[in-house]
Write a protein that binds this ligand. Structure first.
Ligand SMILES: Cc1cc2nc3c(=O)[nH]c(=O)nc-3n(C[C@H](O)[C@H](O)[C@H](O)COP(=O)(O)OP(=O)(O)OC[C@H]3O[C@@H](n4cnc5c(N)ncnc54)[C@H](O)[C@@H]3O)c2cc1C
Length: 428
């Protein structure tokens, strides 16, 4: 049987943040991109912050330089501050809901609340996550909202963490979702009765009610009087909601609640990060669609071969029915992450042998452009995001976790590789 062959300029393998980001930039720059992915990725568990370098100091350039001398295989050893800065600025321009922290045009690490109520350093966050507690004083009176039937709220933990770290009062108010749904005549009452309420459909509920949130505010006021008879509602300074306040209309939902409650409303992180991840993934997918990239999340790469006469690669991909298609391209990007590896990347020995037969180096195999070194000319196969850790035996899991690589690195490496490919296409 003939195997179907599809041509494009670029094949991106892996549909997490790094794969989607490079496909977005390249297709926005006129290259045809075919992005394929299968199974979960770390990006789907993302907690809403842009983690870059996990360090408390303020000289980010010095921190980066340490990698150049100490761990040459580390992705940071191949990134300059300019690469990182430009990548985040470009990302921020296209995804304005994600704030990047800067002072005098320089990236800075700031604290945001974690699901454990502690604070964590990061270089940016989803703009609804609360990060302005340097304003907390003895007069701060913060009310954290917990939805009784939503089991993943961390309100009590966050409130404890805040009490230990900041001046002011922090209380948790429990709201019954059954009351909210029945008062608003919502079919979500059935979800609740059938035990089908998830963080995602709770977010959908708020999206649906974005312009009708007055009853939610009324319930909060009423419950506050019942649960805190000794406190005054008008003295409250901040409301913190779990990060399930909509997928599409979060900022409007929080603004509308702020108006009804006459107090600032923000979100704190929860143990179910799917809502935050979905907010960004949805936006990424829309950009890919607009830019004309093919984005297929039901296929995995099972083999790689070459067409030497035309300097092109054949990515053999398999769908859930076991059917194989060949994606033929000049450039291939491996954006396959480090923890959820499938198909071709599962058996390292087999993969290394295949690389050898194709004249490709593995492991310790990436040049300064994150390109796999080839015995011929440029291989035009690049590795981005946390997959880079898979391509070096000198880097362990600890190197990935302790340096806080995260979304910041996914953005920086995919941007750098995209720039390299765009430059190569211009000179051809
Ligand atoms: C619980 C959790 C919370 C996190 N929270 C944060 C946070 O708040 N801030 C932050 O900055 N970072 C956070 N991180 C880290 C961050 O999510 C990752 O560093 C980043 O998402 C990595 O993106 P990636 O695209 O490189 O890899 P991934 O998101 O892992 O994507 C790789 C994709 O490739 C696919 N794939 C693998 N093999 C194949 C194959 N053979 N064929 C086709 N597809 C394949 C996988 O299924 C997956 O979809 C968190 C990570 C976890 C696990």
């Amino acid at each position: 049987m003939d195997v179907k062959k599809i041509q494009s300029d670029v094949v991106v393998v892996g549909g997490g943040f790094s794969g989607m980001n490079i496909a977005r930039i390249l297709s926005q720059n006129g290259l045809s991109c075919n992005l394929i992915s299968g199974g979960y990725g770390a990006s789907e568990f993302w907690n809403g912050t842009v983690d870059l370098l996990n360090y408390p100091g303020d000289n980010i350039e010095l921190e980066l330089a340490k990698f150049q001398v100490s761990i040459k295989d580390h992705p940071y050893a191949k990134l300059s501050l300019k690469d990182i800065q430009n990548s985040l600025i470009e990302f921020n321009r296209d995804f304005t809901k994600l704030s990047i922290f800067q002072e005098d045009d320089k990236l800075v690490n700031r604290h945001v609340i974690t699901p454990l109520g502690t604070t964590k350093l990061c270089v940016g966050n989803w703009n609804s996550i609360f990060s302005t507690y340097k304003d907390f004083t003895l007069d701060t009176k913060c009310l954290l909202i917990e939805f009784a039937e939503f089991p993943n709220s961390t309100a009590p933990l966050v409130s404890l963490g805040l009490k230990e770290t900041f001046p002011g009062q922090f209380n948790v108010l429990t709201i019954n979702l059954a009351t909210v749904f029945s008062l608003m005549n919502s079919e979500f009452t059935e979800y609740l009765e059938e035990g089908k309420l998830s963080a995602l459909n709770l977010a959908e509920f708020f999206d649906e009610k974005v312009l009708h949130l007055a009853p939610v505010a009324e319930i909060i006021k009423k419950e506050f009087e019942l649960q805190f008879p000794d406190l005054k509602f008008e003295e409250l300074t901040h409301f913190l909601f779990p990060a399930v306040m909509g997928l599409e209309h979060t900022q409007t939902i929080l603004n509308n609640l702020s108006t009804f409650l006459n107090t600032e409303c923000w979100e704190f992180l929860v143990f179910t990060p799917t809502v935050l991840a979905n907010r960004l993934i949805n936006k990424m997918e829309r950009k890919l669609e607009i830019a004309g990239a093919i984005n297929d999340h039901s296929k995995i790469l099972v083999d790689l071969t070459s067409e030497e006469s035309v300097h092109k690669w054949n990515c053999h991909i398999r769908n859930s029915d076991g059917e194989i298609t060949i994606l033929n391209s000049k450039y291939v990007i491996f954006a396959t992450g480090s923890i959820f590896l499938h198909g071709f990347f599962r058996d390292q020995l087999k993969m290394a042998n295949q690389f050898l037969s194709l004249g490709l180096d593995f492991p310790e195999s990436l040049n300064p452009h994150f390109e796999i070194i080839s015995s011929h000319a440029n291989s035009n196969i690049f590795v981005v995001g946390s997959a880079i850790f898979h391509f070096s035996t000198n880097l362990g899991e600890d190197d990935e976790i302790q340096d806080g690589t995260g979304l910041g690195m996914a953005i920086a490496t995919s941007f750098k590789v995209a720039q390299e490919i765009i430059a190569r296409e211009k000179t051809n």
